[in-house]
Write a protein that binds this ligand. Structure first.
Ligand code: ADP
Ligand code: MG
Length: 374
């Protein structure tokens, strides 16, 4: 039976039957619901970064989804603002002034929500890491002045959220790739998650794949880099993650298949960072979903950096600089040339750009003249 399934799976992959592949992965909508931050946080609160959850008002959701309003509001500084009117209904629409030369856009304001957010940020020490029910705006960090997801105000958060495809995914298609796609979508209460800002070293982050409540695989999370300490401490890392899993996570969650992100700090203590659905929406990093879901036990390739403990998980990590790969979020950034142009970093690029613009202008002027002549 297993071979038949595998053969069918292979055919499905070759023939591009993506639908079939998702059935194999069989991630259900309920699993997605269970992986929301507000569902797992109360269960694992003791083992993760301190966080606060605020319900996201509908007018804020509408603002985040509205492509037309790029101007970011939300208070520029982290000072508790005195509000004369506590109602959030005073949200102003985008207003274009009558003057044709200077157009002013007024961002909507959410005074009540803004004060709740600022209060939460203060409670968490002044700097937070923001996310929605499932995702953080990791694809948008380039737009922030500090190129980081660290936020101190609602406007910092809005800027990141409005620039992020990951956030739009959470808001518009959270059940994408689920196998029971024909069933009705469960209702979602959207939430803003604020987590105390913590400097995490990327080399300490690992992703764990849990199938039928068994830890089957561990992958270095930032697989684009080689970390010397990982190959040096491979056994300790694997052991401490296994111990963390069996003591604090195994059989405690609502599902038996899920993906756990953990952080091992410099003292060797393991922390829970995030919980994700077991399926294609979650990046399988140094594994493939085919391997993880095939029903065969994962095998180590006998290579360095790919080891299986007796009856334990397979641990994969990047072994040398040769295997270093481009960062997956790179494609979300603006082209390097644009950055250089905007910062005046490369004067020659700017000159080229201006020349190009001038040529284009001349071309289009010629075209117009031609049209007029005809
Ligand atoms: N509280 C925090 N402070 C600083 N950085 C964080 C914090 N939480 C997570 N991160 C960083 O952001 C990355 C993404 O966080 P995560 O919650 O897993 O979001 P997502 O599910 O969208 O990937 C983590 O791998 C970690 O590097
Ligand atoms: Mg996640």
């Amino acid at each position: 039976m297993e071979t038949n399934v595998n053969r069918l799976f292979l055919m499905g992959t070759i023939c591009g039957w993506t639908h079939f592949r998702y059935i194999i992965c069989s991630m259900k909508k309920e699993q997605v619901v269970n992986c929301q931050f507000s569902v797992w946080y109360p269960i694992f609160k003791k083992h993760t970064i301190k966080s606060l959850i605020l319900p996201l008002p509908q007018n804020v959701i509408d603002y985040l989804l509205d492509d037309g309003t790029l101007v970011v509001s939300g208070g520029d500084n982290n000072n508790q603002q005195n509000q004369t009117n506590n109602s959030d209904s005073e949200e102003e629409d985008v207003q274009w002034s009558d003057d044709e030369t200077t157009t002013t856009v007024t961002a909507p304001e959410f005074p009540e929500f803004n004060s709740k957010v600022l209060e939460a940020i203060n409670t968490l020490g002044g700097c937070v890491f923001p996310k929605l029910n499932w995702s953080a705006p990791r694809d948008a960090n380039w737009i922030a002045l500090n190129s980081s997801l660290q936020c101190q105000s609602l406007s910092d958060i809005f800027l990141l959220f409005k620039s992020s495809d990951f956030i739009t995914h959470d808001l518009t298609q959270p059940f994408l790739h689920s196998s029971d796609e024909d069933s009705q979508n469960p209702a979602i209460n959207y939430e803003l998650v604020l987590r105390k800002w913590s400097e995490l070293l990327p080399g300490g982050e690992f992703r764990c794949f849990i199938k039928e409540n068994k830890l089957i695989g561990i992958s270095q999370r930032d697989y684009t880099q080689y970390y010397h300490h990982i190959s040096k401490q491979e056994a300790q890392i694997c052991h401490s993650i296994q111990e963390f899993f069996s003591q604090h996570v195994q059989y405690q969650f609502l599902d038996e298949d899920f993906v756990l992100d953990v952080y091992r700090d410099s003292w060797g203590k393991v922390w829970l960072i995030d919980l994700n659905p077991f399926g294609e929406v979650t990046d399988s990093l140094l594994f493939t979903w085919e391997e993880l879901t095939s029903g065969n036990s994962l095998s180590a390739n006998q290579e360095e950096g790919d080891t299986a403990q007796q009856d334990g998980p397979v641990f994969r990590y990047t072994t040398s600089d040769v295997t270093v790969q481009p960062s997956p979020c790179l494609s979300y950034r603006i082209p390097r040339d644009f950055v250089d142009l905007s910062t005046g970093e490369d004067a020659y690029k700017l000159i080229d750009f201006l020349k190009l613009k001038k040529c284009q202008q001349e071309d289009s002027e010629e075209e117009v003249e031609e049209e007029v002549r005809q």
